[in-house]
Design a protein around this ligand. Structure first.
Ligand SMILES: [Fe+2]
Length: 289
C-alpha cells in the first residue's frame, strides 16, 4: 500500500486557503444578506472573517454578531469557570493579551499556540463555534493558523478507511491539563454523527497526548502521521492569516483546528483579542424555522 496520496488523485479538497476565504465581511449593518453571506462562508470554508468600521465596544459587537447568527448564549467551559472564572466577564466573554497575570497557557501570554479545538475538556462537538475578535493587533506576528481537520479526515477516509477508523476510536485522543491538576478527557478525535456530519477535536498542541491512543488503538499512529502531513501550508488543507485591529473570525470549532504564531507587542498598544464560545452553529432565521 502507498503511504502517500498524489495531489491530483485527491477526491477531497479544502477551500480554506483560497483568496475569497480570507476576505472580510463588513458587519457594521447586519442585514439579512450579510448574515447569509457569513453563514455561507462558515459552512464553505470553516470560518468567516468579519470587520467593523464603527466606533463601538468589542463586547457589544461580538454579542450582536452572536445573536444575529443565532449562536446561542456565550458559553464558558466548566474547567475555565472553575479555574479561571475571574478572567471572564459577566457576559461570558474573555480577553486574551500578554499580561501574564495568570498561569493560563493561552489567555495570558505571547507564545505560539499549536493547532487545537477550543474547550479542551469538553466532549467532542460541545462547542461548534468560536468568535475571536482583534481589538488591537500585535506589532509583529500573532497570526492565526487554521487547519481543515474534517476535510483532511475525509481525504484519509478515501485513502485508507482503516486508518480513518482509528481516529473515530473512543480512546483516540487524550487531552490533559499541563498545570498539574490531573484534569483530562479521553474522547475520539473525530466523530460521525447520525446525520452523517463529521465533527472534530483534532489537536496537536501541548494538551494533546497522542501516545495514549497509539498504545491502545490500531493504526492510530499511521492515521496521525497522515493528518500531520497535511498540516503545512501549501498542502491545501491549512491557511494562515493575520487578523487586523477591528477584524474578527467566527470559526467552526468542531470542523477546523486553530492556533497562532508567537507575537511581539508594541508596549503602548499591546495585542488584545476578545473571545466567545458558542454551543450552536450560525444560522439565519428563516432556516431555523
Ligand atoms: Fe483556541
Amino acid at each position: 500500500m502507498k503511504s502517500f496520496i498524489l495531489v491530483e488523485e485527491r477526491k477531497v479538497i479544502s477551500k480554506m486557503d483560497t483568496p475569497e476565504a480570507a476576505q472580510a465581511v463588513l458587519v457594521d449593518n447586519m442585514t439579512e444578506d450579510v448574515k447569509q453571506e457569513m453563514v455561507r462562508r462558515f459552512n464553505e470554508y470553516g470560518f468567516v472573517i468579519f470587520e467593523n468600521k464603527q466606533e463601538r465596544s468589542p463586547d457589544e459587537l461580538i454579542l450582536e454578531v452572536a445573536e444575529e447568527l443565532n449562536l446561542g448564549g456565550t458559553y464558558v467551559t466548566g474547567y475555565n469557570r472553575k479555574k479561571f472564572g475571574d478572567m471572564f466577564r459577566g457576559n461570558s466573554l474573555n480577553t486574551i493579551t500578554n499580561a501574564k497575570k495568570s498561569n493560563h497557557v493561552v489567555f495570558d501570554n505571547s507564545n505560539a499556540q499549536g493547532l487545537h479545538s477550543d474547550a479542551t475538556f469538553e466532549p467532542i462537538g460541545a462547542v461548534p463555534a468560536t468568535i475571536l475578535y482583534c481589538v488591537q493587533e500585535a506589532k509583529e506576528d500573532g497570526d492565526t493558523i487554521l487547519f481543515d481537520s474534517v476535510k483532511a479526515f475525509q481525504l484519509l477516509q478515501d485513502f485508507n478507511p482503516l486508518w480513518a477508523e482509528a481516529l473515530l476510536h473512543p480512546e483516540s485522543l487524550r487531552r490533559r491539563s499541563i498545570l498539574g491538576d490531573d484534569v483530562e478527557v479521553v474522547e475520539p478525535a473525530f466523530k460521525i454523527l447520525e446525520n452523517g456530519d463529521i465533527i472534530s477535536r483534532f489537536t496537536v498542541d501541548t494538551s494533546a497526548d497522542w501516545e495514549y491512543g497509539f498504545e491502545r488503538v490500531p493504526y492510530l499512529r499511521e492515521a496521525f502521521g497522515f493528518m500531520c502531513g497535511l498540516i503545512p501550508r501549501g498542502n491545501g488543507f491549512s491557511t494562515i492569516l493575520k487578523l487586523k485591529s477591528n477584524q474578527g473570525i467566527l470559526f467552526a470549532n468542531d470542523k477546523i483546528a486553530h492556533g497562532r504564531t508567537a507575537f511581539t507587542d508594541d508596549e503602548a498598544k499591546p495585542r488584545k483579542m476578545v473571545r466567545g464560545l458558542y454551543n450552536d452553529r450560525p444560522m439565519v432565521n428563516e432556516k431555523r424555522a
